[in-house]
Design a protein around this ligand. Structure first.
Ligand SMILES: N[C@@H](CCC[C@H](N)C(=O)O)C(=O)O
Length: 317
């Protein structure tokens, strides 16, 4: 089975874009899915994306499950921009509007929400509890709990908070995002040094009144327009350190748009954001060569794309 054909939807959550496959009836090994992710997410290929999302079967109290593979083929514990898109596909497949979703090592609640703007399909997700046990990632050399503290092996004087959503996030609050510095620190983590063998997502965060602006260098990907779990980790870190208030509405702006967040005192974080369909397609993947082949596009979701663009444009002003 060297060449496999997939139907998929190209989607995005806050500009974080992915091919999304209904994999409930597909039987590929983890290594084969990693090859599919590298082939389809490759920006030089016919599809491109920040990773690959899979809608999987439900189990026990979960209506369905999500698998998220970064563009380098590594599997992440979660993806909160992607989860909204997987939720939408699961809702449409099962004829429901709320579910509990099984993630790699945790579980999250999703429910269709009031539209962020007319024509923007919106999902509210609740994930967590956010965790502070950085020693478990593991992150060595900075203590078990890192809250507004220097991470000596990172080689930066900035103060970081280490949050598990449950994927690993290093969050620092800055006056103004310096992308070059963010990328440099992101690369330090991507190298999987001995003190951080499983790598981490790194975010620079500006506090803007009662809101946030978050820019993230993602593990296994690089700079993306937004990262949902980073926005959740940043909102949690802002409340934990007294910069913003628990239980208050927080708008989290990013390069791709925005989400509405809320952090509860029990460390559960809710995000309400878009799950936008861009186009549907069928593509072949050569698993051995890890290359996408023939692509047939079945149609673009022009109205949805325009609805989101209106909101994202307004958010960037
Ligand atoms: N973009 C995602 C997170 C994807 C996984 C991340 N790169 C990791 O490896 O932890 C999101 O929206 O949360």
């Amino acid at each position: 089975m060297d060449v496999v054909q997939f139907d998929f939807v190209k989607c995005h959550g806050s500009g974080n874009d992915f091919p999304l496959i209904d994999a409930r009836a597909l039987d590929l090994s983890a290594a084969e899915w990693a090859a599919v992710a590298r082939a389809l997410a490759d920006r030089r290929g016919p599809v491109g994306g920040d990773g690959l999302l899979l809608l999987g079967q439900g189990a026990e109290n979960h209506q369905f499950s999500m698998v998220m593979l970064n563009s380098d083929g590594s599997e992440a514990e979660t993806c909160l921009n992607g989860l909204r898109c997987v939720a939408r596909l699961g809702f449409e497949a099962l004829g429901i509007e709320a579910a509990q979703v099984k993630l790699k090592t945790s579980s999250a609640a999703v429910v269709r929400d009031a539209e962020l703007a007319p024509g923007v399909y919106t999902v509210r997700e609740t994930a967590g509890p956010a965790g502070l046990d950085a020693a478990a990632w593991p992150l060595h050399g900075a203590g078990a709990r890192i809250v507004d503290a220097v991470v000596p092996p990172l080689g930066s004087e900035r103060l970081f908070t280490a949050v598990a959503m449950p994927n690993p996030h290093l969050v620092t609050f800055v006056d103004c995002v310096d992308e070059a510095e963010l990328v440099a620190l992101g690369h330090v983590c991507e190298a999987a040094p001995d003190w951080l063998p499983n790598r981490a997502n790194v975010s620079f965060v500006e506090v803007r009144g009662a809101d946030l602006f978050v820019r993230t260098f993602e593990r296994g990907v690089g700079l993306t327009d937004s990262c949902g779990s980073a926005m959740a980790a940043s909102a949690f870190a802002a409340c934990l350190t007294g910069r913003l208030a628990y239980d208050a509405p927080i708008t989290v702006f990013n390069k791709g748009g925005l989400v509405r967040a809320q952090v509860a005192r029990d460390a559960m974080v809710s995000l309400s954001g878009n799950a936008t369909w861009e186009w549907r397609g069928t593509v072949t993947v050569d698993l051995a060569a890890e290359r996408a082949g023939e692509l047939v596009v079945h149609g673009h979701a022009d109205a949805e794309i325009a609805a989101w663009a209106g909101l994202a444009d307004a958010a960037s002003r």
